[in-house]
Structure formats: C-alpha cells, structure tokens
Ligand binder design. Structure first.
Ligand code: BGC
Ligand code: BGC
Length: 605
C-alpha cells in the first residue's frame, strides 16, 4: 500500500468515526453529557431534579436549593418577589441560580412561570391578548411573534420556561378558563399552539432569546362536563383524540419539550395517574421525548389520604417533575416529597429505571436549552421588557383580534373629526379589566394594576383630531347632544377555579349604561371586554355597532385603530356565540337551534 492509499484509508476511518459520533450525539434521548451526569449522580440528586418548588415556599429557605440539589423553581399565579419590576425578578433568579453553582453536579435550575399573555407577572412587561383573542386573529404569524417577544421578556428576568401555550379546546363557555383556549375548534389549538411553540423556542432552543414552551393541560381540560374547572371529561377515546389531542401532536412536532398534566379527569380517572395517556400515548405513540410536569399540587389529588401513595401512582404513570407549592411543616411539602420518593425507591415501589428515565428527560432538555453553558441571564435583555417593538406586536395582535358583530348603517369606522364623543362604561379606562386574569396577580384585578400600556379611553384620545372633545362618563350620563358614544363593558377579571359561571348574562349595570345611551338617540358603539361569549341577545338591539374585543391586554391602541378605521377588521369568532344559556354547550356542527352568531362570523368595512 503506498502512502497516498494509506492516507485515503485514514481519512475514510476518520469520516466513519465522525459519522458515528454525530449519529450518537443526534440520537434523541442520548447525550454524552447527560449520560456522564447520570452515571455519577446519587439517588438524592436525581430526586432533586424531579422536584419543582414554588417561590413562596423556597423563599423561606433558599439554601434548600443547594441542600436538596433542586431541579426547578416556579412562580405560581400568587407568588412574586417584593419588587415586581423586571430588576426584582432578575435579582432573585441570579441569587437562586448561584446556589446551584455550589452543588457537586452544578446542574442549573430551570425557572418556570405562567407567561400566558406576555410576561404577565412583571410590572412593565407588554401584556398581549389572551388566547381567545389570538384565536380570533386566525393568524399563526402574529402568535409566533408573541411567543418570541414573550421569550425575550422572560429571559430578560432570567426565567427560561413558560407554562404556555394552553392548547385546551374550550367546549363550554361556563368554564372560567375559556379565554386561555384559542377556541372551540381543535384546528385552532393545533395551528396556533404550534406557532406559539415555534416563537417561544426559536430556531435554536439554546439561544438566549429562546425559552422552553410547556404545552398544557394534558389532556381534555376544555371538555369537562358543564365546563367545570378541574372536572371530568366524559368522551370516548375517538372523541378525545379528535378534539383534545391535536394540540399536543402538533406541539410535539413543533419541538415542544415539556408538557403539563391536567387536573381534570378522563371518564372519572384523574389525568395525573393516567399511565395509558401519559406514557403509552404521549411518550411512546406520539414520541414525546421531553418531560412531563404536574400541575400545581396536582399529584396530591390522586390520594388525599396518602401523599406517598399519590406520588407513587403519578411517577409510575409517567410524571417526570412534580410542581410543589408547600413549604416544610405544611401539608404535602417538598421535603416530604423527597423523603417519600427515597422510601418508594428503597421499597422497590418506584423502579430505578423510572427515576433514570425522568431525570434523563429533564437533563436532556436542560442541556438542549444551553443552561449548562449559560445558567445566568444575559443582562442586555432586561431592557427589552416592555419595549416599543414588543408593544407594536401587541397593538397589531389587538387589532387583528377584534370581531365586529354588528355595524348598522356602517356607523363604523367612526370619523376622527366628530365634534364630541362620549366614552362610557366601566371598562373604558381600566387597564386591569382589559388585561383580565393572570395579570400581575393570579386572578387579575380591575384598576391600575401595572405601569405602561394604554387604556381604550387614552387610545381614543390619541386617535381623534385635536378639535374633537372626548368626555368620559362611566355611567353614561351627560351624553345628550354628543355625536357618538363608545361604551366599554364586560367581565371583570377572574381566572381558574373562581371564573366558572352558571349565568353569562351581561351585568345589569352594563345593560343600564347601554340603555341610557340608547335613550339619547345618538349612535352607540359597544365594545365588549370578555373572556368568552356573553349573553347579549337583548342588549345588542340597543346598539348600532357591537365589537367583541376579548381581553386585549395593555395595548388598547389596537381597539381605537379598528373603531376609527386605521385598521379594517379581520377577526373571526373562535366560538359559536350562543343566544341564551340553554344553548350552551354549543359548537360548530352541533345540530342544535340557531346560535346568535355562528363560529367564524365577523364583519369588516
Ligand atoms: C394552573 C396551571 C399553572 C399552574 C402554575 C395551576 O393552578 O392550572 O395552568 O401553570 O397553576 O401556576
Ligand atoms: C397558584 C395556582 C393555584 C392556586 C390555588 C395560586 O397561587 O398560582 O396555580 O392553582 O394558587 O392553590
């Protein structure tokens, strides 16, 4: 063999070696780093990775992050640092991540939060429309942009994991989480959920401007009987797969590497213990290679008499990480969880192979996120929170989300040159109400809950000509002689558990304001702020124009853009709009009586 032949052979061998190592590195579920970690980790360290503790509990003993080598910290809807401005959140993340650097394995924490319409717990962040409004846009592009902007704002505070998108398919408007769903049609959850995942995770998950998405709540959360939150979804498997699973199938395809399990039950069996759906369907059949996190104390509900048994049932069913709100000495706290996990493994009730599988999944995701390379935040991103560019995305989303339901004699768009406009209704100058639940606090609140943003009244004032007089009167008095009235009414903020309603009529106060204005004989434009279709069959007759604005968030300018013609409405109903309570539940394709407006309805100019 001459030397050039030898050289060729050597190159051939090198190529083969390279090829093998590339294949090994690329094979889903394996990574040299993760294998090496798993080989050296003790059982305690593995259990630590599977433990996610709420901020309100860990803040009492932050050094427990190091002591128990915890894997994750979250902020639930009710937990927040004392300083809720961006810097306050960033400081906590920096200091907590510091504890992991003192552990033997130095595995970084992953911080999780419900940034379900922007980085909504942070004062100064842009609040985007809730998902129901995004469903009305029918536009995956804008949803992808929102996902990306939200990831950037989260990373600005050092938080890298979003408990979103919610791909619930809300089938009953009584449900208080209807607004967290993109709409009644699984096609919306599929397309828009996947778009959100793409925007949030970016083209490279390890980029500092990307964050991990978490598709939730698996599965059937929007299909419970009577729309009861955390209730029972009573459908056969074919229906479950057709309506409630497509959001996950598409989310996984889009690259989602975490999924949250639902509090709800499927035909009487709680999802947190459903091995068939969690392991056989999700992980095996659908090839989900990320990890499954529980909902807030979701395991606990499996056996209220024995936490230990509940833990065993859920972990063996396929749960990988437990979300634990409680502090030591409280019921079912994280120290108990860790102790019971150790006992269960020692007793052979949870196989070591199950622990290894869970930890491998968690570490693979942390590794792909680049957390080992950059556990700490990129300080430059803090300035992006609430940026002009993000507000512009919000405004664009708002205008695309508005659905015009009525426009008698084409009174919309209103002229910017009207002499005087009266603005009325409790929602017209209320940033808290236009944001809805999951805004600064868990349930949200009316009033000046945050800084930044534009109320609808402010937006109207910015839009009309200098000579137009805009008067605000919450109850609609003093309207006689005005050229037009814009009335903003609707639901006050609520969230899960509290938001279920047996009666969805517009409140009497709201109806009174509309009727008072109608009596003056001037044109009346109603803007409805709501997390779902509301019963408006009578009151819509008292208006000349009627616009469903959902829960638009901080960028109220988008509402004025539609009212005054800077944007021609394109929004389409993401829900069939019922005539009365007896029609609920009603969805497109049901052979029921005529709804007030069909699914997909929406006028334009
Ligand atoms: C909700 C989840 C949320 C979690 C953490 C639960 O009560 O159901 O949607 O992600 O709390 O705040
Ligand atoms: C959490 C929710 C939880 C609720 C009720 C809130 O603080 O964020 O996720 O469901 O408390 O316990």
């Amino acid at each position: 063999m001459n030397s050039s032949m030898k050289r060729l052979l050597n190159i051939g061998a090198l190529c083969l070696l390279l090829h093998i190592s590339v294949v090994l590195a690329a094979k889903p579920g394996t990574s040299a780093r993760v294998d090496a970690l798993l080989k050296t980790m003790t059982l305690d360290e593995k259990i630590g990775q599977m433990t996610q503790v709420d901020y309100d509990a860990i803040k009492l003993n932050p050094s427990d992050i190091e002591k128990y080598a915890l894997g994750s910290i979250l902020w639930g809807g009710g937990s927040e640092p004392d300083n809720i401005k961006p810097q306050g959140w960033a400081d906590i993340c920096d200091s907590y991540q510091g504890f992991t650097q003192k552990t033997k394995m130095k595995i970084p924490l992953i911080f999780g939060i419900d940034a379900v319409h922007g980085h909504n717990n942070v004062d100064g962040a842009v609040i985007f429309p809730h998902n129901i409004g995004l469903g009305a846009t029918r536009n995956p592009k804008i949803v992808e942009q929102i996902g990306h902007a939200t990831a950037v704002e989260m990373q600005g505070t050092g938080i890298q994991w979003d408990f979103a998108p919610c791909v619930a398919v809300a089938r009953n408007e009584r449900w208080g989480r209807t607004y967290e769903s993109f709409g009644e049609d699984p096609a919306l959850a599929k397309e828009l959920g996947a778009a959100f995942v793409k925007g949030m995770q970016g083209s490279r998950l390890s980029a500092k401007t990307s964050a991990l998405a978490c598709v939730k709540h698996f599965a059937g959360d929007g299909g419970t009987t009577n729309g009861k939150d955390q209730g029972n979804t009573e459908v056969d498997e074919a229906t479950l797969r057709a309506i409630h699973l497509p959001g996950y199938v598409e989310g996984i395809k889009a690259g989602a590497l975490s999924i949250m399990v639902s509090y709800s039950s499927w035909n009487g069996k709680k999802m947190h213990g459903n091995k068939y759906l969690m392991t056989d369907v999700l992980k095996k059949e659908l090839g989900f290679r990320g990890f499954l996190v529980s909902d807030w104390a979701g395991i606990d509900q499996l056996d209220t008499a024995s936490y230990k048994n509940a833990i065993m049932l859920s972990i063996n069913a396929g749960l990988d990480m437990a979300m634990i709100p409680n502090a030591p000495k409280q019921k079912n706290n994280y120290v108990d969880f860790i102790a019971y996990m150790k006992e269960l493994v020692a007793e052979g009730k949870i196989p070591v192979s199950r622990i290894d599988d869970a930890v491998r999944r968690i570490l693979i995701v942390k590794n792909e996120m680049g957390l080992f390379e950059h556990p700490f935040r990129d300080k430059a991103l803090l300035a992006k929170i609430g940026s002009k560019a993000h507000r512009a995305i919000g405004r664009d989303a708002v205008r695309q989300s508005l659905v015009v339901l009525k426009n008698e004699k084409n009174i919309l768009p209103l002229s910017k040159k009207l002499k005087n406009v009266i603005v009325a209704g409790k929602g017209a100058d209320d940033i808290g109400m236009q944001c809805g639940g999951w805004t600064i606090s868990w349930q949200g609140k009316s009033g000046n809950v945050l800084s930044g943003g534009t109320t609808i009244l402010q937006a109207i004032k910015h839009t009309v000509s200098k000579n137009t007089e805009v008067t605000y009167s919450a109850d609609g008095s003093g309207a006689t002689g005005a050229d037009a009235a814009i009335v903003v009414v609707g639901e006050e903020p609520y969230a899960e558990m509290i938001g279920d309603r047996a009666d969805l009529h517009l409140s009497k106060n709201d109806v009174d304001v509309i009727e008072k204005l109608k009596a003056t004989g001037i044109p009346v434009v109603v803007v409805l702020l709501s997390g779902r279709p509301i019963i408006i069959t009578d009151v819509i007759k008292d208006s000349h124009a009627f616009v469903a604005a959902w829960l638009p968030g901080t960028e109220g300018q988008g509402v004025a853009d539609v009212l005054f013609g800077d944007y021609k409405p394109t929004g389409k109903l993401p829900h069939t709009w019922p005539k009365d309570m007896t029609q609920i539940p009603i969805s497109a394709g049901d052979k029921k009586s005529e709804p007030l407006f069909p699914y997909g309805f929406g006028l334009s100019y």
